[in-house]
Design a protein around this ligand. Structure first.
Ligand code: AMP
Ligand code: ZN
Ligand code: FE
Ligand code: FE
Length: 283
Protein backbone atom coordinates (compact mmCIF):
# COMPACT_ATOMS: atom_id res chain seq x y z
CA UNK A 1 0.00 0.00 0.00
CA UNK A 2 1.17 3.56 -0.70
CA UNK A 3 0.02 7.10 0.16
CA UNK A 4 1.05 10.02 -2.07
CA UNK A 5 -0.99 12.81 -0.43
CA UNK A 6 -0.44 13.69 3.25
CA UNK A 7 -0.03 16.73 5.52
CA UNK A 8 2.21 17.43 8.52
CA UNK A 9 2.65 20.17 11.12
CA UNK A 10 4.48 22.17 8.43
CA UNK A 11 0.94 23.04 7.26
CA UNK A 12 -2.36 21.87 8.74
CA UNK A 13 -1.62 18.27 9.74
CA UNK A 14 -1.01 17.34 13.39
CA UNK A 15 1.89 14.86 13.04
CA UNK A 16 5.41 16.20 12.69
CA UNK A 17 7.10 15.14 9.44
CA UNK A 18 9.21 12.58 11.38
CA UNK A 19 6.15 11.18 13.18
CA UNK A 20 4.31 10.87 9.88
CA UNK A 21 7.11 8.75 8.40
CA UNK A 22 7.24 6.62 11.56
CA UNK A 23 3.49 6.00 11.30
CA UNK A 24 3.90 5.09 7.63
CA UNK A 25 6.64 2.60 8.57
CA UNK A 26 4.43 1.12 11.33
CA UNK A 27 1.68 0.65 8.77
CA UNK A 28 4.15 -0.90 6.33
CA UNK A 29 3.42 1.66 3.63
CA UNK A 30 5.77 1.09 0.69
CA UNK A 31 5.77 4.69 -0.58
CA UNK A 32 4.84 8.00 1.05
CA UNK A 33 4.67 11.57 -0.26
CA UNK A 34 4.47 14.57 2.08
CA UNK A 35 2.40 17.25 0.31
CA UNK A 36 1.89 20.19 2.68
CA UNK A 37 -0.13 23.22 1.55
CA UNK A 38 2.07 25.86 -0.10
CA UNK A 39 5.22 24.79 1.76
CA UNK A 40 8.11 22.35 1.51
CA UNK A 41 9.35 23.10 5.04
CA UNK A 42 8.65 19.57 6.30
CA UNK A 43 10.37 17.65 3.51
CA UNK A 44 13.96 17.48 4.78
CA UNK A 45 12.90 16.12 8.19
CA UNK A 46 10.63 13.50 6.59
CA UNK A 47 13.25 12.50 4.03
CA UNK A 48 15.90 12.18 6.74
CA UNK A 49 13.61 9.96 8.84
CA UNK A 50 12.85 7.73 5.84
CA UNK A 51 16.50 7.39 4.77
CA UNK A 52 17.72 3.79 4.84
CA UNK A 53 14.26 2.51 5.83
CA UNK A 54 11.96 0.24 3.94
CA UNK A 55 9.89 2.98 2.30
CA UNK A 56 10.14 5.16 -0.79
CA UNK A 57 9.82 8.80 0.25
CA UNK A 58 8.60 11.31 -2.35
CA UNK A 59 9.14 15.05 -1.86
CA UNK A 60 5.90 16.86 -2.63
CA UNK A 61 3.65 19.86 -2.02
CA UNK A 62 0.03 20.84 -2.63
CA UNK A 63 -0.54 24.28 -4.11
CA UNK A 64 -3.84 26.12 -3.74
CA UNK A 65 -4.86 27.69 -7.05
CA UNK A 66 -7.83 29.69 -8.18
CA UNK A 67 -10.13 29.11 -11.18
CA UNK A 68 -13.28 30.85 -12.42
CA UNK A 69 -15.20 28.13 -10.55
CA UNK A 70 -13.29 28.38 -7.27
CA UNK A 71 -10.29 26.64 -5.71
CA UNK A 72 -8.32 23.82 -7.34
CA UNK A 73 -5.40 22.05 -5.65
CA UNK A 74 -2.32 21.11 -7.64
CA UNK A 75 0.10 18.46 -6.39
CA UNK A 76 3.79 18.49 -7.22
CA UNK A 77 5.59 15.16 -6.67
CA UNK A 78 9.36 14.57 -6.89
CA UNK A 79 10.10 18.24 -6.40
CA UNK A 80 13.81 19.12 -6.29
CA UNK A 81 15.84 19.50 -3.05
CA UNK A 82 16.92 23.08 -3.31
CA UNK A 83 15.39 25.53 -5.65
CA UNK A 84 15.16 29.33 -5.41
CA UNK A 85 12.38 29.54 -8.00
CA UNK A 86 10.12 27.27 -5.97
CA UNK A 87 11.09 28.89 -2.64
CA UNK A 88 10.24 32.35 -3.98
CA UNK A 89 6.97 31.15 -5.51
CA UNK A 90 5.87 29.43 -2.27
CA UNK A 91 6.95 32.40 -0.11
CA UNK A 92 4.76 34.64 -2.24
CA UNK A 93 1.80 32.22 -1.89
CA UNK A 94 2.20 32.16 1.89
CA UNK A 95 2.24 35.97 1.99
CA UNK A 96 -1.08 35.98 0.12
CA UNK A 97 -2.33 33.31 2.53
CA UNK A 98 -1.31 35.51 5.48
CA UNK A 99 -3.16 38.53 4.14
CA UNK A 100 -6.28 36.38 3.68
CA UNK A 101 -5.85 34.92 7.18
CA UNK A 102 -5.68 38.45 8.65
CA UNK A 103 -8.91 39.40 6.86
CA UNK A 104 -10.69 36.28 8.10
CA UNK A 105 -9.49 36.90 11.67
CA UNK A 106 -10.82 40.48 11.49
CA UNK A 107 -14.21 39.07 10.46
CA UNK A 108 -14.13 36.53 13.27
CA UNK A 109 -13.36 39.30 15.76
CA UNK A 110 -16.21 41.39 14.33
CA UNK A 111 -18.45 38.39 15.07
CA UNK A 112 -17.33 38.62 18.69
CA UNK A 113 -14.61 35.93 18.82
CA UNK A 114 -11.41 36.80 20.63
CA UNK A 115 -8.90 35.22 18.20
CA UNK A 116 -5.51 36.58 17.20
CA UNK A 117 -2.73 35.75 14.76
CA UNK A 118 -0.27 35.08 17.59
CA UNK A 119 -2.47 32.16 18.70
CA UNK A 120 -2.55 30.67 15.20
CA UNK A 121 1.22 31.00 14.91
CA UNK A 122 1.49 29.01 18.13
CA UNK A 123 -0.63 26.19 16.64
CA UNK A 124 0.88 26.28 13.15
CA UNK A 125 4.51 25.61 12.35
CA UNK A 126 4.85 27.16 8.91
CA UNK A 127 1.88 27.47 6.52
CA UNK A 128 -1.18 28.81 8.35
CA UNK A 129 -4.75 28.13 7.19
CA UNK A 130 -8.39 27.73 8.10
CA UNK A 131 -7.99 24.46 10.06
CA UNK A 132 -5.82 26.39 12.54
CA UNK A 133 -8.63 28.93 12.95
CA UNK A 134 -11.01 26.01 13.58
CA UNK A 135 -8.65 24.67 16.27
CA UNK A 136 -8.49 28.11 17.94
CA UNK A 137 -12.30 28.49 17.83
CA UNK A 138 -12.66 25.06 19.44
CA UNK A 139 -9.98 25.69 22.06
CA UNK A 140 -11.88 28.78 23.22
CA UNK A 141 -15.21 26.95 23.27
CA UNK A 142 -16.79 29.03 20.48
CA UNK A 143 -17.61 25.87 18.47
CA UNK A 144 -17.85 22.17 19.32
CA UNK A 145 -16.14 20.75 16.23
CA UNK A 146 -14.14 21.52 13.09
CA UNK A 147 -17.25 20.75 11.05
CA UNK A 148 -19.25 23.36 12.96
CA UNK A 149 -16.42 25.91 12.53
CA UNK A 150 -16.37 25.38 8.75
CA UNK A 151 -20.15 25.21 8.35
CA UNK A 152 -20.82 28.43 10.29
CA UNK A 153 -17.72 30.56 9.80
CA UNK A 154 -14.80 29.24 7.76
CA UNK A 155 -16.28 27.34 4.79
CA UNK A 156 -17.15 28.91 1.45
CA UNK A 157 -20.61 29.84 2.80
CA UNK A 158 -19.37 30.76 6.26
CA UNK A 159 -19.71 34.22 7.81
CA UNK A 160 -15.95 34.86 8.08
CA UNK A 161 -14.95 33.38 4.71
CA UNK A 162 -12.62 35.34 2.47
CA UNK A 163 -11.35 33.72 -0.75
CA UNK A 164 -7.60 33.32 -1.25
CA UNK A 165 -5.73 35.26 -3.90
CA UNK A 166 -3.93 32.42 -5.64
CA UNK A 167 -2.23 31.59 -8.95
CA UNK A 168 -4.07 29.80 -11.74
CA UNK A 169 -3.65 26.03 -12.03
CA UNK A 170 -1.69 26.56 -15.27
CA UNK A 171 0.78 28.89 -13.51
CA UNK A 172 1.38 26.36 -10.74
CA UNK A 173 1.62 23.48 -13.24
CA UNK A 174 4.16 25.34 -15.38
CA UNK A 175 6.40 26.21 -12.45
CA UNK A 176 6.33 22.71 -10.95
CA UNK A 177 6.78 20.87 -14.25
CA UNK A 178 9.56 23.28 -15.22
CA UNK A 179 11.42 22.06 -12.12
CA UNK A 180 10.97 18.44 -13.14
CA UNK A 181 8.11 17.60 -10.77
CA UNK A 182 5.25 15.29 -11.66
CA UNK A 183 2.20 17.56 -11.58
CA UNK A 184 -1.28 16.26 -10.69
CA UNK A 185 -4.73 17.72 -10.02
CA UNK A 186 -5.58 16.81 -6.42
CA UNK A 187 -9.06 15.40 -5.63
CA UNK A 188 -10.52 16.68 -8.95
CA UNK A 189 -14.10 15.88 -7.89
CA UNK A 190 -14.01 17.22 -4.32
CA UNK A 191 -15.94 20.33 -5.28
CA UNK A 192 -18.95 19.99 -7.58
CA UNK A 193 -17.76 20.98 -11.07
CA UNK A 194 -19.47 20.48 -14.44
CA UNK A 195 -17.69 17.54 -16.08
CA UNK A 196 -17.34 19.39 -19.36
CA UNK A 197 -15.53 22.23 -17.55
CA UNK A 198 -13.28 19.74 -15.77
CA UNK A 199 -12.40 17.95 -19.03
CA UNK A 200 -11.60 21.25 -20.77
CA UNK A 201 -9.44 22.24 -17.80
CA UNK A 202 -7.58 18.91 -17.86
CA UNK A 203 -7.02 19.25 -21.60
CA UNK A 204 -5.66 22.77 -21.15
CA UNK A 205 -3.45 21.84 -18.19
CA UNK A 206 -2.06 18.84 -20.07
CA UNK A 207 -0.50 21.44 -22.40
CA UNK A 208 0.92 23.31 -19.38
CA UNK A 209 2.83 20.55 -17.64
CA UNK A 210 0.08 18.44 -16.04
CA UNK A 211 1.31 14.84 -15.85
CA UNK A 212 -1.26 12.98 -13.75
CA UNK A 213 -4.65 12.97 -12.05
CA UNK A 214 -5.29 12.00 -8.44
CA UNK A 215 -7.53 9.09 -9.29
CA UNK A 216 -7.61 7.58 -5.77
CA UNK A 217 -8.57 9.90 -2.90
CA UNK A 218 -10.45 9.44 0.36
CA UNK A 219 -13.36 11.48 -0.98
CA UNK A 220 -13.72 9.49 -4.24
CA UNK A 221 -15.78 6.33 -4.72
CA UNK A 222 -15.14 3.50 -7.22
CA UNK A 223 -17.26 5.12 -9.94
CA UNK A 224 -15.38 8.39 -9.59
CA UNK A 225 -12.04 6.58 -9.64
CA UNK A 226 -13.16 4.80 -12.83
CA UNK A 227 -14.24 8.06 -14.45
CA UNK A 228 -10.97 9.80 -13.54
CA UNK A 229 -8.89 6.86 -14.83
CA UNK A 230 -10.66 7.13 -18.18
CA UNK A 231 -10.14 10.89 -18.21
CA UNK A 232 -6.41 10.44 -17.48
CA UNK A 233 -6.11 7.88 -20.25
CA UNK A 234 -7.91 10.16 -22.72
CA UNK A 235 -5.26 12.86 -22.22
CA UNK A 236 -2.25 10.54 -21.83
CA UNK A 237 -1.84 11.31 -18.11
CA UNK A 238 -0.54 9.12 -15.28
CA UNK A 239 -2.50 8.10 -12.17
CA UNK A 240 -1.74 8.98 -8.57
CA UNK A 241 -3.54 8.65 -5.26
CA UNK A 242 -3.47 9.35 -1.56
CA UNK A 243 -5.52 9.69 1.61
CA UNK A 244 -5.10 13.44 2.29
CA UNK A 245 -4.22 12.46 5.85
CA UNK A 246 -4.18 15.42 8.30
CA UNK A 247 -3.87 13.55 11.64
CA UNK A 248 -6.26 14.83 14.31
CA UNK A 249 -7.36 17.73 12.11
CA UNK A 250 -9.36 15.18 10.06
CA UNK A 251 -9.95 12.41 12.57
CA UNK A 252 -11.85 10.06 10.24
CA UNK A 253 -9.01 9.82 7.71
CA UNK A 254 -6.29 7.19 8.23
CA UNK A 255 -2.80 7.25 6.74
CA UNK A 256 -2.91 5.01 3.66
CA UNK A 257 -6.44 3.78 4.33
CA UNK A 258 -8.54 6.97 4.15
CA UNK A 259 -11.95 6.23 5.63
CA UNK A 260 -11.09 2.53 5.59
CA UNK A 261 -11.35 1.21 2.07
CA UNK A 262 -8.49 3.04 0.36
CA UNK A 263 -5.75 0.59 -0.74
CA UNK A 264 -3.44 2.04 -3.39
CA UNK A 265 -0.96 -0.56 -4.70
CA UNK A 266 2.80 -0.05 -5.09
CA UNK A 267 2.31 -0.45 -8.83
CA UNK A 268 0.84 3.09 -8.94
CA UNK A 269 4.12 4.48 -7.59
CA UNK A 270 6.12 2.30 -9.98
CA UNK A 271 4.05 3.45 -12.96
CA UNK A 272 4.65 7.10 -12.06
CA UNK A 273 8.35 6.37 -11.74
CA UNK A 274 8.39 4.61 -15.13
CA UNK A 275 6.77 7.66 -16.74
CA UNK A 276 9.46 9.88 -15.19
CA UNK A 277 12.23 7.60 -16.44
CA UNK A 278 10.72 7.58 -19.93
CA UNK A 279 10.79 11.40 -19.88
CA UNK A 280 14.38 11.49 -18.60
CA UNK A 281 13.36 13.01 -15.23
CA UNK A 282 15.27 12.27 -12.00
CA UNK A 283 13.73 9.51 -9.85
P1 AMP B 1 -6.94 26.97 3.60
O1 AMP B 1 -5.79 26.43 2.80
O2 AMP B 1 -6.53 27.86 4.67
O3 AMP B 1 -8.03 27.54 2.72
O4 AMP B 1 -7.59 25.69 4.32
C1 AMP B 1 -7.83 24.55 3.56
C2 AMP B 1 -7.90 23.37 4.44
O5 AMP B 1 -9.17 23.38 5.10
C3 AMP B 1 -7.79 22.04 3.69
O6 AMP B 1 -6.97 21.13 4.39
C4 AMP B 1 -9.20 21.55 3.68
O7 AMP B 1 -9.28 20.17 3.63
C5 AMP B 1 -9.74 22.08 5.00
N1 AMP B 1 -11.19 22.17 4.92
C6 AMP B 1 -11.91 22.75 3.96
N2 AMP B 1 -13.23 22.61 4.20
C7 AMP B 1 -13.33 21.90 5.35
C8 AMP B 1 -14.43 21.41 6.14
N3 AMP B 1 -15.70 21.64 5.78
N4 AMP B 1 -14.15 20.72 7.26
C9 AMP B 1 -12.87 20.48 7.62
N5 AMP B 1 -11.80 20.91 6.92
C10 AMP B 1 -12.03 21.61 5.81
ZN1 ZN C 1 -5.04 20.67 4.58
FE1 FE D 1 -6.44 19.63 -1.16
FE1 FE E 1 -4.40 17.88 0.90
Amino acid sequence: MIDLHTHSTASDGTDTPAKLVEKALDRKLEALALTDHDTIAGLDEAEETARGKNIHFVRGCEISTSTDLGEMHILGLWIPDECDILDNFLTHLREQRQSRNEKMLARLRALGFDIHMSELKYIAKHSIGRPHMATALMAKGYVESTDEAFAKYLGENGKAYVPKVAPTPAQAARILSGLGATVAIAHPLLRPLPREWLENTVENLAKNGLGALEVWHTSQNENETGYLSRLAKKFGLGLTGGSDYHGENKPGIGLGTGTGSLDIPLQVYENLLARRKASGLPC
